[in-house]
Ligand binder design. Structure first.
Ligand code: SIN
Ligand code: MN
Length: 231
């Protein structure tokens, strides 16, 4: 049976791209994808609308709406001080559970050899979600996610159009890196030795959103993180 239903027969099997960085294609089914898109539309209604964050004076091409903590480059605050000053929505309980099932899908129910390096203190409990919307021209340059105090894994979910995702190393924004195509429903988790790896979205693939995912065009990316902040 293993041979019949083993990962090796899947077109896009789960794969460890770098130590602690795991790609799980097709983690979300189409119903879950469409449900998350509907939630995104609610979050976009406010209290804080999606906005293009400014990095060193330049607007990002991606628009972001945050839950739990509001992210702006180099800082997390409860109020969206660079948008309208309103407090962001809470991270819903179902999202914490989704984060835990993502961690289990990536590392296994019993991370064993991983547990030392993943910096999980108890169950994974993301206290922020950054929800990004990419139109067909949007991209995100090579960067590290290092505004969090916690080094627990980052859980990343993709819905809608595919994109080319570049996953690199922790030392430089240059090679070695690998380019992957993240499709609607894919999960990518990076923790442990890859927690501070540089990564980027180098381009979108317009027209690839599958029917039934809830988005006709564009891409939604949800990243869950533990900030390690109090208050
Ligand atoms: C991010 O690096 O914060 C987003 C990555 C993605 O959109 O897949
Ligand atoms: Mn990032």
């Amino acid at each position: 049976m293993d041979a019949l239903f083993g990962d090796d027969l899947l077109e896009r099997p789960r794969r460890e791209v770098a130590p602690g960085a795991v790609w799980v294609p097709g983690f979300l089914d189409p119903t879950q994808q469409a449900w998350l898109v509907a939630r995104f539309r609610e979050w976009a209604e406010g209290p804080v609308p999606p906005r293009a964050a400014k990095v060193r004076g330049h607007e990002m091409s991606v628009k972001t709406v945050c839950l739990g903590w509001h992210w702006r480059p180099y800082a997390y605050t409860r109020e969206a001080v660079d948008v309208n000053g309103r407090e962001v929505l809470d991270v819903p309980d179902w999202m914490v559970r989704l984060g835990r099932s993502a961690i289990a899908a990536a590392y296994g129910d019993d991370p064993g050899e991983w547990s030392e390096t993943l910096r999980l203190e108890g169950d994974y409990t993301p206290d922020t979600a950054l929800v990004n919307f990419y139109d067909e021209a949007a991209r995100m340059g090579m960067h590290q996610d290092r505004d969090e105090v916690s080094r627990a894994p980052v859980v990343s979910l993709s819905i809608g159009d595919s994109c080319t995702f570049r996953f690199g190393n922790t030392e430089t924004r240059n090679k070695p890196y690998e380019d992957l195509v993240l499709e609607s429903g894919d999960l990518f988790v990076f923790g442990g030795p890859s927690r501070l790896a540089y990564h980027a979205v180098t381009r979108m693939h317009p027209g690839t959103a599958p029917p039934g995912c809830g988005l006709e065009a564009g891409r939604i990316n949800i990243t869950l993180r533990e900030t390690g902040l109090d208050g």
